[in-house]
Unconditional design. Structure first.
Length: 279
C-alpha cells in the first residue's frame, strides 16, 4: 500500500491521475468501513492541503471547501438559509466526529441516511470536481447515484460545494427522527427552506432523506406551497400520501416503510412551520 499526503492540490490530482486511490479526508466513514487489518489499496490523504478548507462568500455563490469540517460550518456566521445545514452539523455523530468529519466526505460516502444531503439539496448545491485535465460542476442531485455510489470519476477529487446566491434566500430548518436524541442513524430526516414576501410564500425548497436510496427534493409540494399565506394552517396539507409520491422507504430494524412515510410528513410540517416562522 502506498500512502500519499500532499500539501498542494496539483500534487494530489497528479497522484489521482496515476491510478485509482482511496481518498482520505476526516476518515470517520472510511476507518469504520474497513473490516481488514489494513486499508485497501493506495491512499490519498487530502488533510494537509490547506487551500481546501474554509467557507467563502463570492459574488455569485458561496463555496465550502472539501476540507471543511462540520464544526467549521456550525461556528461560521452564515445567512438564515444555512440554518438547516448548521442544525444538521450538530447531528453528525459526537463532537469529536464533528471536529474531524468533512461535509464533502458525508456526500461522497453516499449513505441514504447522510444528514447533510437534504440540507444541501434545498440550497441547490453543486459539486466542484477537479482532475489534472479539467474542472467540472455537477448538481448534488446528479452526484449521488445510489447507495455508496457517486458520479465521481477515479481521477477526480471533489474540491468544493458551490451554493448559488439565488438559492440562499429565506430561512431554513432541519428535522431528524432517530431511535434516540443523539448519536443515531436517521429513521427519517427533512430540510425546508422558505422565503416570504408580503405574508405569502415566494419560494419553497423541501427535501427528505433516509426514506429512499437517494435523498429527494419534493417538487410538487414545493409548488403547492408557493403563494400560500403565512399562518398556523400553512403546512396542514402536507400528508403521508403526498410524501409517498416522492419516496420509496425501506422497512428495517429502525422502522417500517409506512412508519417512515408518516414520520417524514410530520417532520416536514414542523420544518416548514419553523422556516416560515409560524411554529
Amino acid at each position: 500500500m502506498e500512502y500519499g499526503r500532499p500539501t498542494e492540490l496539483d500534487e494530489a490530482l497528479a497522484l489521482l491521475a496515476g491510478g485509482r486511490r482511496t481518498i482520505l479526508a476526516g476518515g470517520t466513514d472510511l476507518y469504520p468501513a474497513i473490516a481488514a487489518a489494513a486499508l485497501p489499496g493506495d491512499i490519498l490523504d487530502i488533510g494537509a492541503i490547506a487551500g481546501l478548507r474554509g467557507i467563502v462568500e463570492g459574488a455569485e455563490a458561496w463555496r465550502i471547501g472539501a476540507g471543511t469540517t462540520w464544526t467549521d460550518l456550525a461556528r461560521a456566521t452564515l445567512p438564515a438559509a444555512f440554518n438547516a445545514l448548521k442544525q444538521a452539523a450538530l447531528e453528525i455523530g459526537s463532537v469529536q466526529i464533528q471536529n474531524t468529519a468533512t461535509i464533502v466526505g458525508n456526500l461522497c460516502n453516499a449513505s441514504p441516511a447522510a444528514d447533510g444531503v437534504p440540507a444541501l439539496l434545498i440550497l441547490d448545491a453543486q459539486l466542484e470536481l477537479q482532475s489534472a485535465e479539467k474542472t467540472r460542476h455537477l448538481p448534488l442531485k446528479d452526484f449521488i447515484l445510489g447507495v455508496r455510489k457517486t458520479a465521481r470519476r477515479s481521477n477526480e477529487l471533489v474540491t468544493a460545494i458551490v451554493l448559488p446566491k439565488r438559492a440562499v434566500s429565506g430561512r431554513s430548518d432541519f428535522q431528524k427522527l432517530g431511535a434516540r436524541r443523539y448519536l443515531v442513524i436517521s429513521i427519517a430526516m427533512v430540510a425546508a427552506r422558505i422565503a416570504v414576501e408580503d405574508d405569502r410564500i415566494s419560494e419553497a425548497a423541501l427535501a427528505i432523506g433516509s426514506c429512499s436510496a437517494v435523498a429527494q427534493r419534493l417538487s410538487s409540494l414545493e409548488s403547492d406551497l408557493v403563494g400560500r399565506r403565512i399562518g398556523p394552517a400553512l403546512a396542514e396539507h402536507i400528508c403521508a400520501a403526498a410524501v409517498a409520491t416522492h419516496v420509496a422507504p425501506i422497512a428495517d430494524i429502525r422502522g417500517s416503510a409506512e412508519y417512515r412515510t408518516h414520520a417524514a410528513a410530520e417532520l416536514l410540517r414542523r420544518a416548514v412551520a419553523n422556516a416560515a416562522g409560524t411554529a
